[in-house]
Design a protein around this ligand. Structure first.
Ligand SMILES: Nc1ncnc2c1ncn2[C@@H]1O[C@H](COP(=O)(O)OP(=O)(O)O)[C@@H](O)[C@H]1O
Ligand SMILES: CC(=O)OP(=O)(O)O
Ligand SMILES: [Mg+2]
Length: 400
């Protein structure tokens, strides 16, 4: 039976997974990769071999209410067909919020679970979906180790000033600070910079993770100096359904003058804002692109998204003292050539120029300028989780 690792990555609209073996190689080898997307709406399941050939797929109508929990149980059943060939040695989980306590991946035990549960209010679209599979696996397969890998950990070495809010000490002492997210994705990007262009590995890079959640990260020599998300994954850029950075007074206004409860205000800012809120149509860039020619609100949503990316990139370029490279990744960054073209145009003052044919073809290099350069790099958060999980398991074995 082949030693095998399963990796789970629950995003706000998706459950992604990969199955790995050859765990003693430099990088574990992917056997299958798949995802459930559109959870809560029309949901779709697809799984491919490492060679990218689709081996199975399924679809559910919106009325069937396919959510994260259904997807997880469907995946458990799907994996059962291989139980006689493979020995599951660990499950690696993306956990969006590690708070102050966790700057590195950890082996899950009762104490870890208890601490991570206290962070759920800071990541309501993610943390419950990250912790549920851990709880189910610990109950059903208690002998299999579970490893939690954090979105926040990659940003832990930022300076105190970069992570501080200008708030009184008693509030800051409660862990109220900028944490930053999408760290597993930025860790992957940092790990491939040397092979992409050695000037980027030692240089000043802005990485743009533009998916249903969206953020930017300033990387200097592959290390995170600053990022647009803060205390929670609500901050920074506007996203599929999240508002991004707004004046905190907007919340007081909603509570006092508009009669919202705190729960209603939270729901509006997390689930009814962003591309969906501005367009009144959809959180999905594919739908907005399709409707934009005849729908002014869809155009406005896209324009605001692009404008905020350009503005925030300028701020990160100031932190870096210049820019050598711009990287696009995640659902929109990897697939939406028009967003990339508009962002590069807005940054032409840096010397960036677009290679239109390469951009339309999807990269990898999409700038005609060599420095600064612009790139499309498909992210692979699951590979980072697999690397971290394997290392945590090996370290635990050696310590007994
Ligand atoms: N072909 C495409 N063209 C434009 N946008 C796309 C395309 N495919 C996916 N997207 C965008 O990417 C988003 C999903 O990104 P992803 O990074 O997978 O999300 P999550 O935040 O759930 O991990 C979709 O909501 C959609 O806006
Ligand atoms: C942190 C976050 O927003 O993640 P995702 O983009 O997967 O929703
Ligand atoms: Mg994601």
């Amino acid at each position: 039976m082949r030693p095998t690792l399963v990796v789970l990555n629950a995003g706000s609209s998706s459950l992604k997974f990969q199955v790995f073996d050859r765990l003693d190689d430099v990088d574990p080898k992917v056997v299958w990769k798949g995802q459930y997307e559109g959870l809560g709406q029309r949901a779709r399941f697809r799984v491919a071999r490492d060679t990218a050939a689709i081996v199975d797929e399924a679809q559910w109508a919106a009325e069937e209410g396919v959510d994260h929990e259904f997807a997880l149980m469907h995946l458990v059943t799907w994996l059962q067909q291989y139980r006689n060939e493979r020995k599951l040695v660990a499950i690696g989980h993306r956990v969006v919020h590690g708070g102050d306590a966790y700057a590195a991946p950890v082996l899950v035990d009762d104490e870890v679970v208890a601490r991570l549960e206290t962070l759920s209010p800071l990541a309501p679209l993610h943390q419950p979906h990250n912790l549920q599979p851990i709880a189910i696996a610990r109950r059903r397969i208690p002998d299999v180790p579970q490893v939690a890998c954090f979105d926040t950990a990659f940003h832990h070495n930022q300076t105190e000033i970069a992570t501080m809010y200008a708030l009184p000490k008693d509030i800051r002492d409660r862990g109220v600070r900028r944490y930053g997210f999408h760290g597993l994705s930025y860790d992957y990007i940092a790990s491939v910079l040397e092979d992409t262009d050695p000037r980027l590995a030692s240089g000043r890079v802005v990485a743009a993770h533009l998916g249903n959640g969206a953020s930017l990260c300033a990387l200097s020599g592959g290390v995170s100096l600053a990022t647009t998300m803060g205390f929670s994954a609500l901050d920074g850029l506007p996203m599929g359904t999240r508002c991004g950075a707004i004046d905190a007074s907007v919340v007081f206004y909603m509570l006092r003058e508009m009669g919202h409860t705190a729960e209603e205000a939270e729901r509006v800012l997390y689930t009814q804002s962003g591309l969906l809120g501005v367009s009144g149509l959809s959180n999905d860039m594919r739908t907005l692109r399709r409707e934009a020619p005849s729908n002014a609100d869809a155009r406005k949503a896209i324009d605001l998204f692009v404008y905020r990316i350009i503005r925030e990139t300028g701020s990160l370029i100031a932190v870096l003292g210049g820019i050598d490279g711009l990287i696009f990744t995640a659902g929109i960054g990897e697939n939406d050539a028009a967003t990339r073209a508009a962002v590069v145009a807005g940054l032409s003052w840096t010397g960036l120029t677009l290679d239109e044919a390469a951009n339309t073809a999807g990269g990898p290099r999409i700038s005609s300028s060599a420095s600064p350069s612009a790139w499309v790099i498909p992210t692979n958060e699951e590979l980072v989780i697999a690397r971290q999980t394997r290392d945590v398991i090996n370290a635990a074995r050696h310590s007994v």
